[in-house]
Ligand binder design. Structure first.
Ligand SMILES: NC(=O)C1=CN([C@@H]2O[C@H](COP(=O)(O)OP(=O)(O)OC[C@H]3O[C@@H](n4cnc5c(N)ncnc54)[C@H](O)[C@@H]3O)[C@@H](O)[C@H]2O)C=CC1
Ligand SMILES: N[C@@H](CC=O)C(=O)O
Ligand code: NA
Length: 437
């Protein structure tokens, strides 16, 4: 069989990693795919930029559309990122009947439904394993390995940059900005790193995971999203004193009245496996009704871990190039006419336990007043600590864990507490998840 000819859009961190993996493991990959896989044409914005990979034998251009339209290219790999021009390039490739492999979670989360429909219409496919949790084969695991289950819920650390920052803040007490710059240097961060630190990247990934787990449409706009930029080292330390780690989680859960989709900093009991996933590593805990809890762990970002997922998709695509398109594994796990809409439940209706930190004036009766307001709103306290006075001797931090409470009740209680003269700053709050069923 002649080699399969790849057109590669983007020669940055992941594009470079893909060339390296395809070159180094060429024989092994050919044994699996049944044919050799070779990059023949590639594009980058600046052809003089330094590269992490060899480029011998690859025709280079600054015009990615030239690669897509090259009749000598059989499969397109999109590793540019973002919405434009990546979306137009992908659409053109699909119209030409060329399969596309991508790591672009933003594009899939926003435009996946149309792209999958276009692919189907042109008897081809989009593969996107690298879009979620980097090198972890989580899409394949849920879509194929857990196909016998009703997935009840999943929770994951799905942004490598954010986890890298939180780990360095906790273990080394380093400043947020400095660690972010390091994650950018290592190639982990998005082109716009606010996507990482404000939870948007994790929301893109959760959108995709939920669609595959529950057979529902991609609903990025309905994901409740909070990032890690507001987390302070004191809170990480106090959480540790209660026996918890602070992690940024994406959570999707089926309920009778719809589905919860939320991304936010979360306290997890330190004995849980997820609490011990550090640095750039990601992990996803998936709970299926037949299998129970399963967990998938590995590098969530970086050149070769992400390339590992891109190349696995390439092998899949190559294996099915000559197959009847209706016999391929569907993009969102269920056959297209079986995708069923699901209501995303409002945050107000979600019940979780909470970590709270109050900055109060050191005055008699303040704590009693706070406890009273919490009780009036059905919030019951599980544990409480009074911490040392701040350096300026102005405020006394009080931290507590609560039992489960509806978000709406907590909002109302905190609004009342923040209006007290003796409360000096907005209350810091993080949700707590036990992840035990
Ligand atoms: N870096 C990582 O660890 C991971 C990245 N991803 C995704 O992989 C994709 C690529 O990311 P990286 O390799 O990190 O990016 P990068 O910034 O290192 O490389 C991007 C490449 O695309 C080219 N490019 C950028 N804008 C372009 C434009 N307007 N027109 C033509 N070419 C353009 C650049 O010249 C460069 O070669 C993104 O979708 C990202 O979200 C997914 C998982 C992990
Ligand atoms: N910026 C992303 C890259 C992988 O998806 C991350 O840090 O996880
Ligand atoms: Na993956």
């Amino acid at each position: 069989m002649p080699p399969v000819r790849i057109g590669l859009l983007g020669l940055g961190t992941v594009g470079g990693g893909v060339v390296n993996v395809l070159t180094r493991n060429a024989e092994e990959i050919a044994r699996r795919a049944g044919r050799r896989i070779e990059v023949v044409h590639a594009s980058a914005r600046n052809l003089d930029a330094p590269r992490i990979c060899p480029l011998e034998g690859i025709l280079l251009t600054t015009d990615p559309m030239e690669v897509v339209e090259n009749p000598e290219v059989d499969v397109v790999v999109e590793l540019i990122g973002g919405m434009k021009p990546a979306g137009d390039l992908m659409r053109r490739a699909l119209e030409l009947g060329k399969p596309v492999v991508t790591a672009n979670k933003a594009l899939i989360a926003h435009e996946g439904m149309e792209l999958f429909e276009l692919a189907q219409r042109h008897h081809t496919m989009v593969a996107f394993e690298a879009a979620v949790a980097g090198g972890i084969p989580i899409i394949k695991a849920i879509r194929e390995g857990l196909a016998g289950n009703r997935i009840e819920w999943l929770a994951g650390i799905i942004n490598g940059t954010g986890n890298y920052i939180l780990t360095a803040m906790r273990d080394e007490g380093r400043a947020f900005a400095e660690v972010l710059a390091e994650a950018q240097y290592l190639g982990y961060a998005e082109a716009d790193p606010t996507f990482d630190v404000e939870g948007i990247d994790a929301a893109h990934k959760l959108t995709i995971l939920a669609a595959i787990a529950f057979g529902m449409p991609l609903k990025f706009d309905e994901v409740y999203t909070e990032g890690i930029s507001g987390i302070e080292t004191d809170d990480v330390r106090y959480a540790g004193e209660f026996g918890y780690q602070v992690k940024h989680l994406g959570i999707a859960r089926q309920r009778d009245d719809g589905v919860e989709l939320r991304v936010h900093p979360t306290l997890i009991p330190e004995r849980r496996l997820l609490a011990n996933v550090d640095g750039v590593q990601n992990a996803v805990l998936v709970w299926g009704d037949s299998v129970g809890p399963t967990m998938y762990y590995g590098a969530g970002a970086g050149a070769e871990p992400t390339a590992s997922a891109v190349v696995a998709d390439l092998v899949d695509v190559v294996r099915t190039l000559t197959a009847d398109p209706t016999h391929r594994v569907p993009h969102l796990a269920v056959v297209p006419d079986q995708i069923s809409d699901m209501t995303v439940v409002p945050m107000d209706s979600i019940a979780t336990a909470y970590y709270l930190r109050f900055a109060v004036e050191d005055k008699r009766g303040v704590l009693a007043k706070i406890a009273q307001i919490l009780a009036d709103h059905e919030v019951s306290i599980e544990a409480m600590m009074q911490k040392e006075m701040t350096e300026d001797e102005r405020t006394l931090p009080i931290v507590m864990l609560t039992h489960q409470v509806r978000e709406k009740d907590m909002d109302d209680a905190l609004a009342e507490i923040e209006a007290l003269d003796t409360v000096r700053a907005p209350v810091v709050r993080m949700r707590v998840e036990t992840l035990d069923g």
